[in-house]
Ligand binder design. Structure first.
Ligand code: DLZ
Length: 291
């Protein structure tokens, strides 16, 4: 039912309002819808988030208007420049404090403006502060079992994709015995082999590798659509993650670029995605099991 929160504060004059409005916009507030009538006017400054904090047990150690920022030192420098432009320079040190560590693992500075209006600017020292809590997969593949299905067609490319996948798996902890490589004639055969492997339930994830080049592939779109649909369907039907390392390129040069020359190695990326998906599946199941 709650839509938002508005803090209303009177300032001394129209000039003060414009000056402050200008400062806060330059720091990153968004201009909201203001108002004006015969007696006065208001300006709305929008922040991405707001919250109401209630406390008890001791008096607040902070001003009632607290603005959370990124880049506290840059904000402090901008406020200082603004203060020097609007106040006598000898007044500024008493009005603008230096950023200091707080007891809640943050840094904060305050600025006293006209009519006792005090703003506190702060930044958390915790890099994870404010990040949405999310389950994420780890990138260790130790103890996971993988099958890699690789098409022989365009082997000059797919061999490089395979090397990329193996590199990713071994470097993240896989034992050679935990990685099975299955070669199939071309991209068209990849979904069927992937599904057969997934159905054995011997593997935690399947990595699929192939390369379709438009110039040499008749009905390129039709083949690509069927290959991607088949791999996706196998993944959904079996519940085993299938990483998609099927290149679709206009030219051989483009394919080479994506197989380790200029634009990364899609085989490496697919294997990393597979590891992450196995890890995330395990975490989701562990959470479910713990409920
Ligand atoms: C036939 C064919 C063609 C024209 N192009 C490719 C390609 O670019 N990439 C690929 O992986 N495979 C290609 N193939 C082979 C088919 O995928 C399939 O292996 C054969 O049609 C046999 O079913």
């Amino acid at each position: 039912m709650i839509k938002g929160m508005t803090l209303v504060r009177e300032v001394a004059s129209a000039e003060a309002l414009d000056r402050l409005n200008h400062l806060l916009l330059s720091l990153g507030f968004e201009q909201g819808k203001g108002w004006q009538d015969t007696e006065g006017r208001g300006t709305a400054l929008l922040a991405p988030l707001g919250n109401l904090e209630l406390m008890t047990g001791r008096a607040p150690a902070v001003p009632p208007i607290l603005i959370e920022v990124m880049g506290l030192d840059a904000v402090h420098a901008a406020v200082e420049r603004w203060m020097l432009a609007n106040y006598r320079s000898e007044e500024v040190p008493a009005l603008l404090s230096k950023p200091e560590l707080t007891h809640w693992n943050s840094r904060l500075f305050t600025v006293k403006l006209e009519d006792g209006l005090v703003l506190g600017f702060w930044q958390s020292e915790n890099p994870l502060h404010g990040k949405p809590v999310a389950l994420e997969g780890d990138l260790s593949s130790k103890g996971m079992r993988f099958a890699i299905v690789v098409a022989r067609w365009n082997a000059v490319i797919t061999d490089r994709l395979l090397q990329g996948s193996l590199d990713a798996l071994y470097r993240s902890g896989s034992a050679k015995a935990d990685v099975e490589i299955v070669r199939v004639p071309g991209a068209w055969e990849v979904p069927s082999a992937a599904r057969t492997l997934a159905e054995t339930k011997k593997f935690d994830a399947i990595v699929t590798l192939a390369c379709l080049i438009r110039g040499e592939t008749a009905h390129y779109e039709a083949i690509y659509n069927e290959v991607s649909r088949g791999i996706g369907q196998s993944q959904q039907d079996t519940g085993i993650p299938h990483a998609f390392g099927v290149l679709t390129c206009e030219t051989l040069e483009q394919a080479l670029d994506r197989a380790g020359i200029k634009a990364g190695n899609k085989g490496f990326e697919a294997a990393i995605a597979a590891i992450e998906m196995v890890s995330i599946q395990r975490k989701i199941r562990a959470e479910e099991g713990g409920k």
